[in-house]
Write a protein that binds this ligand. Structure first.
Ligand code: IPE
Ligand code: IPE
Ligand code: MG
Ligand code: MG
Ligand code: MG
Length: 313
């Protein structure tokens, strides 16, 4: 019996269980927190609860918690940034789906927020959770926070989150995405820039916020952000490739029908997969260039990053 081979075969299975366990743990904390916080009968909390409780994969939360753990923090101390990341991500999806943007009817296997509650309610529900995300990372929130973090950590988290999603980050990416939609021009350079901005920056923040939660210095935060940008680019390439899959819980073939500038529109599936693999490999190399404080947690992070390439939804 070749033990080396058999343990190699086993390790992806084992680590998958670890990620699943972390996912279940996070989901329980998240659902409990939002159910307690958003229970007023005021026409807004229902929308917010609907937006946040949908079955998302919680990729950004998991990346943040795994990063924090790899650099010596507990998973509890990463819950504040992980909650805030999922709030911001959920807001971005609600606005992304609006008729004035991608005009989508389906999200996470359910009607989009504006289909269910109306456009103004969806818009405002998104606005509310964007603001509430910053309440969370400032340490005072309607959402019961499981830990207390020192002021310099909260400030670092706010900085990382705000810079990732504003006028030089996610929102700029969304504007450029809309600009190129239906143009019939397939500009590779514009494409990478859009993907980095609209998706890469928030995933970059998941890593840098994990570093902040672990009290790592600015240099480590920056290196992790760079690794996260590459993970984010690979993630969006894969998202483009999943446009024709019914398993995502989104409308099938929507990017193609509306003429989105995506990886599927500029190259073959096989070529796009190679690009996603290259960015993932670069990210992992970047991660391995840092010294993990908790080596098994670091390897868990690396294996989760690798698994994102093979996701089906
Ligand atoms: C979809 O993100 C939109 C992108 C930025 C690619 P996810 O694939 O993480 O969506 P959920 O949260 O699992 O629904
Ligand atoms: C969404 O990109 C990016 C953000 C929400 C910032 P997409 O428009 O490709 O995401 P999906 O496919 O609707 O989830
Ligand atoms: Mg979009
Ligand atoms: Mg969309
Ligand atoms: Mg998409």
């Amino acid at each position: 019996l070749n033990l080396e081979v058999s343990s190699q075969n086993l390790s992806p299975l084992l680590s998958q269980c670890d990620h699943e366990r972390l996912g279940i743990w996070f989901e329980e904390k998240f659902q409990e927190a939002i159910s307690r916080a958003y229970d007023a009968q005021n026409g807004l909390d229902d929308v917010i609860h609907y937006i946040l409780s949908g079955p998302g994969k919680r990729v950004r939360a998991k990346l943040c918690i795994l990063t924090a753990k790899a650099f010596g923090a507990t998973r509890e101390s990463a819950l504040i940034p992980a909650f805030a990341l999922e709030f911001v991500h959920a807001y971005s999806l609600v606005h992304d789906d609006l008729p004035c943007m991608d005009n989508d009817d389906w999200r996470r296997g359910r009607p989009t927020a504006h289909k269910k509650f109306g456009e103004a309610q969806a818009l405002l529900g998104g606005d509310a959770i964007l603001a509430d995300a910053f309440a969370i990372v400032s340490g005072k929130s309607r959402v019961a926070l499981p830990t207390e973090l020192p002021a310099h950590t909260l400030l670092g988290l706010s900085r990382e989150l705000a810079t990732a999603i504003g006028s030089n980050g996610m929102v700029l990416g969304q504007i450029l995405d809309l600009y190129w939609t239906g143009k019939g021009q397939f500009d590779r350079k514009a494409l990478d820039n859009i993907h980095l901005l609209k998706t890469g920056h928030l995933i970059g923040a998941a890593f840098s916020m994990g570093a902040v939660a672990a009290d790592e210095n600015l240099l480590v935060q920056e290196k992790l952000r760079q690794a996260g940008l590459a993970v984010g680019l690979a993630f969006q390439i894969k998202d483009d490739l999943l446009d024709d899959s019914p398993e995502t819980g989104k409308s099938v073939g929507k990017d193609q029908a509306t003429g989105k500038l995506t990886y599927s529109s500029v190259m073959s599936t096989a070529e796009a997969l190679v690009m996603a693999e290259e960015h993932t490999a670069a990210a992992i190399e970047n991660l391995h260039s840092l010294s993990f404080k908790n080596i098994s947690a670091g390897e868990e992070l690396v294996s989760f990053v690798r698994q994102l390439l093979n996701r089906k939804r």
